[in-house]
Design a protein around this ligand. Structure first.
Ligand code: NAI
Length: 505
């Protein structure tokens, strides 16, 4: 696709798009709102050169790590496999960038859609170089068979590729994850000096970058859910205090925070795929100084994605959700880890907050703070027999016209990691893409986006936002935000769905 317009300029390296952003400023006058539409000029400058990207996964030998790595290799080498349902071709279903489309305009009266990945140059997932760490020493072929996610025949066909991949030894702070993980921790960096640990991880990153001749590296935490660290401004509040706390091996510095710091100090963006509070203020300051991004928290895959759709639909229809009861049972290692209360608490928190802003937006349905406090219950049970085929059962009870009740009972079954792997890939591809965008407001100097990459909220259960920016959980708003930004950067018109060109020519 090529955009022909007076508002875009392109050379060999950059695409610059001029965009008049229309918003409405609201002033409150007693009980009246005064709406003042306004226009602000933005320029978006996208570097169209695609870098050689390396990705280091923390928890590489887990269900997500092995499924992602194997799934990409299956696509790269076009590996087919057989099951009782016949022969299967690899695909990227579940990936926003690879398998979803964007409307770019209208041809006569026909709407034209192209793949998300084709609107602007993005890294091809098959070109990513993978590496990473795990506290378990299994090579990725054995780890994939332990995970029991991928069909047996595909596991066998991937074995020659995966058995060569062995995770680097990792940092293991047993106090932060469930005690039941101890039996797999045979690949651990010795000692308890946190500064030494940080330096080893930094060296691992630098070596990986150099030995693979990479332009950039992104780190992503897909290791076990940790308990929340007890956040303290004196320990985690600034970059300096955080570094001092690492030097003194403070007990409330988690392994995930060490990885986040190492990423920042090596000039790499960091993504937290689990719910815990890894990205403490000191990490954000380190990232800011290094000019890299941080994003989190917790992948938004099946149940929560659906929740932020259904609740948005109800509230948008003027129907009042009064209770959401979510049961999960799962038998994979994630479930085993979450069976310890401290780790479950981290997950409960991120699963619970995901509808708050949707409810708060509608003061007709929820005029008081008390009414906003709906029954929202999260239950997670470890049931080994279920394996990675997680079961999620949700009951939504809503109040309708004249005090009536509407109840939805939703049953969701799927291999958890088959949803998570394409989503992780999107996080990595989009994070890399955002590193190539700069913007200028009202002809000011070009600058990069804020350090906390809340543009990726579509993919996060508890999206982290830059301070002062409210979090959006609504799935359609999150997707529209991403799609519109990509279109604006490409110089395309944002779709307001009025379809006037189709109605009136
Ligand atoms: P998993 O338990 O199969 O994999 C985690 C891996 O991390 C294991 O191989 C473990 O040995 C390793 N590990 C633990 N501590 C480590 C450390 N300090 N350094 C390096 N490796 C370490 O779990 P799975 O299913 O792959 O999920 C990973 C994370 O993603 C979990 O926190 C989970 O809650 C989160 N998540 C998963 C979703 C899904 O749909 N699969 C959705 C949302 C979040």
């Amino acid at each position: 696709m090529k955009v022909q317009s007076t508002t875009t300029q392109q050379d060999d390296h950059f695409l610059i798009s001029d965009y008049d952003y229309k918003s409405t400023n609201i002033e409150k006058n007693g009980d009246k709102y005064i709406a003042k539409p306004q226009i602000t000029n933005f320029k978006f400058k996208t570097d169209t050169r695609i870098p050689k990207l390396g990705v280091m996964l923390v928890g590489w030998g887990g269900n997500n790590g092995t499924t992602l790595t194997g799934g990409i290799l299956a696509n790269k080498f076009n590996i087919t496999w057989n099951s009782k349902r016949g022969t299967h071709q690899p695909n990227f279903y579940g990936s926003l960038t690879q398998s979803s489309v964007i409307k770019i305009g209208t041809c006569n009266t026909e709407e034209v859609f192209i793949p998300f990945k084709d609107v602007l140059p993005m890294v091809n997932p098959c070109d990513i170089v993978f590496g990473g760490w795990d506290i378990s020493s299994l090579n990725l072929a054995d780890a994939m068979s332990r995970a029991q996610v991928v069909e047996y025949d595909l596991q066998q066909k991937l074995r020659p590729y995966l058995e060569k991949l062995v995770p680097l030894p990792s940092i293991y702070y047993p106090d932060f994850i469930a005690a039941n993980q101890g039996d797999r921790a045979d690949n651990v960096i010795p000692g308890d000096n946190k500064l030494e640990h940080l330096n080893i991880i930094r060296k691992n990153i630098a070596d990986f970058k150099q030995s693979n001749n990479l332009d950039k590296v992104i780190l992503l935490w897909t290791a076990n859910t940790e308990r929340f660290c007890v956040e303290d401004p004196n320990v985690h509040g600034t970059a300096e205090r955080l570094m001092q706390s690492i030097e003194s091996s403070h007990p409330e510095i988690s392994a995930s925070t060490i990885f986040a710091c190492a990423a920042c100090l090596e000039g790499c963006s960091f993504i937290n795929g689990s719910p815990q509070n890894t990205i403490v203020p000191g990490v954000i300051e380190l990232a800011e100084k290094a000019g890299v991004f941080v994003a989190g928290d917790d992948f938004k895959t099946g149940q929560t994605k659906f929740k932020t759709c259904l609740v948005e639909y109800l509230v948008g229809a003027g129907i009042k959700p009064k209770a959401i009861i979510s049961y999960n049972h799962l038998g994979n290692n994630d479930g085993k880890n979450l069976s310890q209360e401290s780790c479950f608490k981290s997950k409960e928190r991120s699963k619970k907050t995901c509808v708050d802003d949707i409810l708060e937006s509608n003061r007709v349905l929820y005029p008081t703070e008390e009414e906003l406090n709906i029954d929202h219950t999260i239950v997670i049970k470890y049931c080994p027999e279920t394996g990675d085929s997680k079961k999620a059962m949700d009951e939504y009870i809503a109040e309708i016209f004249l005090g009536g009740r509407q109840t939805f009972a939703v049953y969701n079954v799927c291999e958890d990691s088959l949803l998570a792997a394409p989503l992780i890939m999107d996080l990595l591809l989009l994070c890399e893409f955002f590193e190539r965008i700069q913007f200028s407001k009202d002809a000011s100097e070009y600058q990069r986006f804020d350090t906390v990459l809340s543009w990726l909220s579509y993919l996060m259960k508890a999206p982290k936002s830059e301070s002062g920016i409210t979090t959006i959980n609504s799935l359609s708003r999150q997707r529209a935000m991403l799609e519109n930004l990509v279109k604006v950067c490409a110089g395309l018109t944002i779709d307001d769905n009025l379809r006037l060109e189709v109605r009136y020519g």
